[in-house]
Design a protein around this ligand. Structure first.
Ligand SMILES: NC(=O)c1ccc[n+]([C@@H]2O[C@H](COP(=O)([O-])OP(=O)(O)OC[C@H]3O[C@@H](n4cnc5c(N)ncnc54)[C@H](OP(=O)(O)O)[C@@H]3O)[C@@H](O)[C@H]2O)c1
Length: 313
C-alpha cells in the first residue's frame, strides 16, 4: 500500500509517497481503509525532529494522526468490517500514520461515524476536537457563565474550542488576527478581539479561564485579566511545565498544560455533536495525497483557518 513517509528528520522536501507493507492488527485493533486524513502541527514538529527524544531514530516514519474511513479488518468487539469510523492516533514514534491507504488503530483511537456526517468533517475534528473537549471540560472545568478567553481561536483547536466552550455554557472571548474575527463570531464567540490591538487592556478583570491555544501568551502580561482566581492553560509543553503545574496548584492563577489522549467515549461524543449540528468542522482546504507537500507548507505557514485535509486515493 502507499503511504507518506520520510527517512530523515528535516524539511517538507523529505516527504515522499512510497510503497510500504500493509499493517496487521493485534487484539483491540482495527485496520481502516483511510478516505480522509487531516494535518496537525504535531506532524510537522515531529518531522522536523523537534521531539526526536520521543520519536526516536528508527526510519522510515509516517505522517498524519486524524482519519475517517471504513473498517477493513477488526479485532475489537466494538467494531465490525465495513463500518464507517473516524478518530485520531495516540502516536509519538510515527511508526503509524493516517496519510496512507490503510492504518492500524486501537479501539480507543476510533469511534463509529454517525450517518450523515461526512468523512471530511469527521477527519477534521479528531485531534482538535479531543484537545478542545479535554481542555475545557476536564482541565478548565468550565461551568455555565464561566468567562473564557480563547487565544488563537481561528486554527484547528481554536475553532473547535469556541464551539465547545459555548456548548458548555461559557461566555467566550476570542483573539485572532483581524481578518478572522468574523469567523470567531460566526462560531459563537460573544466577543472577538484582534490580538494585534490591545486585548489585555480591554479584558481587565473579566476572565476566569485563559486557553492559550497558540501558546505565545506570557502569564505576567495577562494576569490582569483575572479578577480573582483563574486558570491559564497552554497547549505548549515546556521543560518547566510539570514544576509550574505543581507550584501553582494552590496559587491565585493555576497554570496547566493540556496533553490530549484519544478516548473512544470522547470521540463518540464529538461524532454526536457533529451529527446534531452542535459542532461544525472548519475546513481551510483539501489536497490529494500526491500534493501533501503543499498541504504541509500551508500548515507550517500557521495561517490556515481551521483544518487542512488530505484525500487518500
Ligand atoms: N498539547 C496538546 O495536547 C496539543 C494538542 C493539539 C494541538 N496542540 C498545539 O496547539 C497549537 C495550535 O494547534 P492548532 O491545530 O490549532 O494549529 P493551527 O490550526 O495550525 O493554527 C493555525 C492558526 O494559528 C493562528 N496564529 C498564527 N499566528 C498567531 C499568533 N501570533 N497569535 C495567535 N494566533 C496565531 C492563525 O490565526 P490568525 O491567522 O488569525 O492569526 C491560524 O488560524 C499548536 O502548537 C499545536 O502543536 C497541542
Amino acid at each position: 500500500m502507499q503511504a507518506l513517509t520520510y527517512v530523515a528528520y528535516g524539511p517538507v522536501e523529505n516527504l515522499s509517497v512510497s510503497e510500504v507493507s500493509a499493517p496487521v492488527p493485534r487484539r483491540h485493533e482495527l485496520i481502516v481503509d483511510v478516505n480522509r486524513a487531516a494535518l496537525n502541527p504535531k506532524d510537522a514538529l515531529f518531522r522536523k525532529g523537534k521531539f526526536s527524544a520521543l520519536s526516536g531514530r528508527s526510519f522510515p516514519k509516517r505522517c498524519g494522526l486524524d482519519f475517517a474511513g471504513v473498517v477493513r479488518e477488526s479485532r475489537s468487539p466494538h467494531f465490525v468490517c465495513g463500518q464507517r469510523v473516524f478518530g485520531a492516533l495516540d502516536e509519538w514514534r510515527f511508526r503509524r500514520g493516517t496519510l496512507a491507504e490503510q492504518v492500524c488503530v486501537s479501539d480507543q483511537e476510533s469511534a463509529p461515524l454517525p450517518d450523515g456526517v461526512s468523512d471530511d468533517d469527521a477527519a477534521a475534528i479528531g485531534l482538535v476536537g479531543l484537545t478542545a473537549l479535554q481542555t475545557l471540560r476536564d482541565i478548565a472545568r468550565l461551568e455555565p457563565a464561566a468567562r473564557v478567553w480563547i487565544h488563537g481561536a481561528s486554527g484547528g483547536v481554536g475553532t473547535a474550542a469556541v464551539q465547545l466552550a459555548r456548548k458548555l455554557g461559557a461566555i467566550v472571548t476570542t483573539t485572532s488576527s483581524a481578518s478572522n474575527r468574523g469567523l470567531c463570531l460566526a462560531l459563537g464567540a460573544h466577543r472577538a478581539l484582534d490580538y494585534a490591538q490591545t486585548p489585555v487592556a480591554e479584558l481587565q478583570a473579566s476572565i476566569d479561564v485563559v486557553f492559550d491555544v497558540h501558546g505565545n501568551l506570557r502569564i505576567n502580561d495577562v494576569s490582569s485579566v483575572f479578577p480573582g482566581t483563574g486558570r491559564f492553560i497552554t497547549t505548549i509543553p515546556s521543560a518547566r511545565h510539570a514544576l509550574l503545574e505543581l507550584v501553582t496548584r494552590w496559587s491565585r492563577i493555576q497554570r496547566r498544560l493540556i496533553v490530549v489522549r484519544p478516548r473512544r467515549s470522547d470521540l463518540v461524543q464529538l461524532g454526536a455533536w457533529l451529527s446534531d449540528g452542535t459542532l461544525r468542522a472548519v475546513i481551510d482546504s483539501r489536497f490529494p495525497l500526491a500534493r501533501a507537500h503543499d498541504a504541509f507548507r500551508l500548515l507550517e505557514s500557521k495561517r490556515a483557518r481551521g483544518k487542512i485535509l488530505v484525500e487518500i486515493p
